[in-house]
Design a protein around this ligand. Sequence first.
Ligand code: COA
Length: 243
Amino acid sequence: MTLHIDEHDDRVVATLDRPDKRNAIDQATVDALHELCAMLEEAPRTLILTGSGGVFAAGADIAELRDRTAVDARRGINATAFIRIHELPMPVVAAIDGYALGGGAELAYAADIRIATPSLRIGNPETGLGIIAAAGATWRLPEIVGDARASELLLTGRALDAEEALRWGLVSSLHPAEELLAAAHGIVDRIAANDPLATQYTKRALRTPRAQHPAIELELQAELFESPEKHRRMTAFLERKSR
Ligand code: COA
């Protein structure tokens, strides 16, 4: 098993678990990510993505990549899985220790929230291997850190350390390795205290192309304005009951 799944009522923790290969993402891992997505699409829960052995993921599996052909490239093996992660109904938190390189970095870019440890090394060395980062880096990284910084990172292939990633806003906070998962759970606790439907709709609005604003928000809000949960939560506030 290359992906360890730990299920809770309101969250799922998925741990990339191929430590002898630095959690390199192979086809079996991609298949497991699809299975995970199918489960979370069916029963939406917040997802924490992390890695075992002091590493997030050292990239797509280069042993498999070397033998892939044009047909494989066009299938978008990693891109398809990472897009599905990005589009999960509830938030995705990437808790990143150590290396997040190549496809590993792109998996992290697909998350909504990224936190890391001081040993973080994140970047896209693909051009050094004679390929491009085709599973999200070229469109997601500019959205996260801006065009200029994304271009610098992708065109040089250098990796950022934790402090620089924090400064760039690529990760939101740093935590000692032994506190990383607790910090991720703390974020999920905050999310879990809110209305799940409002959370899902906020994520959907954030994902919507610019031309569709504010029509999408107004439609989502129209539904929420009629929801019993909104009435209950607002009444609780007005009556100062604990929620
Ligand atoms: N794909 C396949 N195997 C990988 C891998 C990857 N992306 N990254 C690491 N591994 C394997 C190594 O081949 C090695 O296997 P082996 O023990 O059978 O020889 C094992 O994982 C340990 O790697 P090693 O390089 O010895 O570990 P390290 O701790 O010294 O270095 C890294 C860690 C991440 C710096 C280094 O493994 C590395 O540079 N990996 C490739 C990064 C990369 O280019 N990713 C982009 C891919 S698109």
